[in-house]
Design a protein around this ligand. Structure first.
Ligand SMILES: [Zn+2]
Length: 199
């Protein structure tokens, strides 16, 4: 059983009453001017910001299963663009993690689970015949590094991303919080600039 709604609401009442929010008061603009795209994994809820020395008010955090940008015009990409254009973030971090649930997702098994939980087979067919490849949509990834680099590439080359915004790719260990750098957005920009000037 998860935490029940009632437990949350009664905790919340005392949280507000005793002003436990006070240490967290900040503005909507990220002090460290960054946006992080990471996974919704439970182990990262507190660990990731702590391991990066990020506090309330420092960064925008966008979460999706597997830290994936699955569609260039989906909600994840939109959130990143909003962070950059409306909320003054000028650096993007894509942070995947080892042992990610999305690397173990089998779309066929998941569709089987949907059927078991009462989704009618006709619905699955309707979705299919509406032009949606459900298996492709639900698919995770085999290798976290490949997946992070794919998201980095999609964000860097998104037609609406400012070209001078660094986009970094990292992998975090969900137990120790250790970060591993896969793609340094600054050196990518420098390389691109130097090629431009030499050509
Ligand atoms: Zn994950």
């Amino acid at each position: 059983m998860g935490t029940s709604l009632n437990e949350i609401l009664s905790f919340n009442e005392s949280f507000v009453k005793f002003k436990q929010y006070e240490p967290y008061i900040t503005s909507k603009y990220p002090d460290k001017k960054s946006v992080i795209l990471t996974c919704m994994d439970t182990r990262l809820v507190e660990l990731l910001p702590k391991a990066m020395n990020m506090r309330n008010g420092d960064v925008k955090i966008v979460k999706s299963a597997g830290a994936q940008v699955s569609h260039p015009f989906g909600a994840v990409m939109r959130s990143i663009l909003v962070a950059v254009y409306a909320l003054k973030a000028d650096e993007v971090y894509v942070i995947g993690h080892h042992d990610c649930g999305m690397s173990a997702i089998d779309p066929d098994v998941m569709i089987g689970n949907m059927l078991e939980r009462g989704i009618n087979e006709d619905i699955i067919d309707t979705v299919k015949y509406s032009g949606i490849d459900l298996v492709e949509w639900l698919r995770g990834f085999g290798d976290v590094s490949t997946s992070v680099l794919k998201s980095v590439d999609m964000i860097r080359n998104h037609p609406l991303m400012p070209k001078m915004t660094p986009v970094h790719g990292l992998v975090i260990d969900p137990n120790t919080g250790k970060l591993e750098l896969l793609a340094d957005g600054n050196s990518y920009l420098e390389d691109n600039n130097s090629t431009e000037t030499t050509v």
